[in-house]
Write a protein that binds this ligand. Structure first.
Ligand code: ZN
Length: 155
């Protein structure tokens, strides 16, 4: 992924203290820490495996490898969360949470947030692109309207 040494398991645990990290998802979080969105892909049949599992449900191969995705997709569904879970969080409520259907595969839906888009402008099937939001360290993946790519922050 880069010339740098990959983070140790201990480092990944320390970076995501509120996430239940296990053997199946640690590679995903290690990639996030490095600024990459990676999802397991079967090395035998090419199927993308999400949620994170160590085995391909299509061909039952254990040859799955975290593989970076393009970050392009469409809004499959979304919801609005008003609950303030952590009074010390710097996340401004409410939060839009969505299942983003990635272009890599029909039905490959990554759960993430939608940002840089007024709520009333979010529509199903809206093209979106991966972006990174500076809330927390490391930065978190989120999706924004594809038309917002390359634009400075909008009002
Ligand atoms: Zn497979």
């Amino acid at each position: 992924m880069s010339a740098h040494e990959p983070l140790s398991d201990h480092d990944v645990f320390a970076l995501f203290p509120n996430v239940m990290i296990d053997r199946d998802n640690i590679a995903h979080y290690r990639a996030l820490a490095a600024g990459h969105l990676a999802i397991n892909r079967c090395g035998d049949c090419g199927y993308w495996v999400y949620p994170h599992r160590p085995m391909c449900p299509e061909c039952l191969s254990w040859n799955v490898t975290p593989t970076e995705v393009s970050g392009q997709g469409r809004v499959f569904m979304f919801t609005l969360i008003h609950q303030l879970r952590d009074p010390h969080s710097n996340i401004m409520e409410p939060v839009v949470v969505a299942a983003i259907e990635l272009v890599e595969q029909a039905g490959l839906r990554y759960l993430s947030r939608i940002v840089n888009c007024p709520l009333e402008e979010i529509t199903l099937d809206m093209p979106v692109s991966l972006t990174w939001i500076p809330e927390g360290a490391p930065r978190s993946p989120a999706f924004e309207p594809a038309s917002a790519q390359g634009l400075e922050a909008r009002g």
